[in-house]
Design a protein around this ligand. Structure first.
Ligand code: TRP
Length: 446
């Protein structure tokens, strides 16, 4: 149970690593389709409120615990609990987080594999001059082909696990430095292009004029779950990254930067995607396929469309890569904490995720109509329940631990924001984040 000596190379590297974890399918794929299914502007408004009041403070809590403990999530929790004279059962929170990231990674890898398919199709010029009908047919044809999907899922998982096996801080740093600026640039180009289309005004209207009557308990729950998902908070995954955070760096400032960068990507992607939705008369509530049937259409209209589209899917792939590395890290760090070698731990996780991922692959063909609970097939289940309930529950417990259990001096030092910054953070977590999360979760139960 010794402290880890691994560290991110610089402050910038830490911010990029956490941004890499945060920015991924959640922003570019999940955010637009959730917004479409949950009433547009009302969902966006709730999501931003939850990012500020829950996601951000709990993100600081999570990273703070990792930084103070400097071990795998379970061990950090146990060490800090012991220091505070509290029960070591807090270590189970690490296991709960591992179960959550396991579920998420099993479908995340499958959906990231879709980007590989689209990257290849774009380079081949498959989408040139195609309308909504043809692009939709391409997507459906792909989903109905479990072998192709399995191939891509396997490839993506191998990419992820290769970096994880080598230790995340080295591999990730180089990848992030290059990818992040390019991704923003491309999204800005896309949003500017969207501004010249007919769909732009209705898209802005749909996103930024909240229809408050669209808010239901379900919408609130979804928005809360998504705030946690998109910031990568609630599963002790950022705790694992916090363990490698350098000593002199203000945590609130770093976390704030990440949240801004993360929301920005979602907004840019949303503007681009909904402009096509409204220009082409596509249903905003189309579901998980929304991004995959809209973006090829926008790009096809641009000069050198195939090139842009290929570049976009390449960057999306890189963004999801850095996120899935983060999803895998707490499981691998956890097994390592139990004494396994890093390479063994990685292999074990890779094989298990691969197998469970196959169930998600088949949910679009053979198992499509096999409903596990509440009319949901395997993919629908695993892509909603862990994000919408496990993450908030995990986030709630992390917040309670950070703001009520961790000794003041330890937390103050690990947060590195001075006494006033500490008091502000603690007050928000204690009196806003914790009660609000509990309230929303309870209302979901009832
Ligand atoms: N935030 C990532 C995304 O938006 C997904 C993710 C990465 C995540 N690490 C996580 C979600 C940890 C929950 C917990 O795509």
């Amino acid at each position: 149970m010794n402290e880890t000596l691994e560290r991110w190379g610089s402050r910038r590297a830490f911010i990029l690593a956490v941004t890499g974890a945060a920015v991924g399918l959640g922003n570019i794929w999940r955010f637009p389709y959730m917004t479409g299914e949950n009433g547009g502007g009302a969902f966006l408004l709730l999501y931003i409120v939850f990012v500020l009041l829950l996601g951000l403070p709990v993100m600081m809590a999570e990273i703070m615990i990792g930084r103070a403990g400097r071990r795998s999530p379970s061990q950090s929790l146990a060490v800090l609990a012991r220091q505070a004279g509290s029960s070591e059962h807090w270590r189970w929170l690490g296991l709960f987080g591992a179960v959550t990231v396991f579920c998420i990674l099993s479908f995340y890898s499958v959906v990231s594999g879709w980007s590989i398919e689209y990257l290849i199709a774009a380079i081949n010029g498959n989408f040139v001059d195609q309308g909504p009908g043809e692009v939709g047919a391409f997507f459906d044809g792909f989903l109905a082909d479990p072998l192709r999907m399995t191939f891509n899922h396997t490839l993506f998982l191998l990419m992820t696990m290769t970096v994880v096996a080598a230790g995340v801080s080295k591999g990730l740093e180089r990848l992030n430095n290059l990818m992040m600026p390019l991704l923003y640039l491309l999204l800005v180009v896309l949003a500017i292009y969207a501004a010249t289309t007919d769909g732009f005004a209705p898209a802005l209207n749909w996103l930024f004029t909240p229809d408050l009557s669209a808010i239901s308990v379900g919408v609130v729950l979804n928005a809360m779950g998504h705030a946690f998902f998109t910031l990568a908070v609630g599963a002790c995954a950022l705790m694992a990254y916090g363990a490698y955070m350098p000593d002199h760096q203000s945590l609130p400032r770093a976390a704030g930067a990440v949240a801004v960068l993360d929301v920005l990507v979602a907004l840019l992607a949303g503007i681009a995607i909904f402009s096509v939705v409204f220009a082409q008369g596509i249903d905003p509530a189309e579901g998980p396929g929304l991004m995959f049937v809209t973006l090829p259409i926008v790009f096809a209209e641009l000069p050198w469309g195939s090139l842009w589209l290929g570049l976009f899917f390449l960057l999306l792939l890189l963004a999801t890569w850095t996120s899935s590395i983060n999803l895998a890290e707490p499981m691998v760090a956890g097994l390592q904490g139990l004494g396994l070698r890093r390479s063994r731990a990685t292999a074990l996780i890779a094989v298990s995720i691969w197998l469970v991922g196959i169930l998600s692959v088949l949910s679009f063909s053979h198992l499509e109509a096999v409903h596990i609970v509440a009319g949901m097939n395997f993919f629908e289940l695993v892509s909603s329940v862990p994000s919408e309930t496990f993450l908030p529950i995990g986030g709630l417990l992390i917040a309670v631990f950070a703001a009520w259990v961790v000794p003041r001096e330890t937390a103050l030092r690990a947060l590195d924001a001075g006494p006033t910054g500490f008091r502000l953070w603690q007050g928000v977590v204690r009196w806003v984040s914790i009660p609000l999360t509990a309230l929303v979760l309870l209302s979901g139960l009832i």
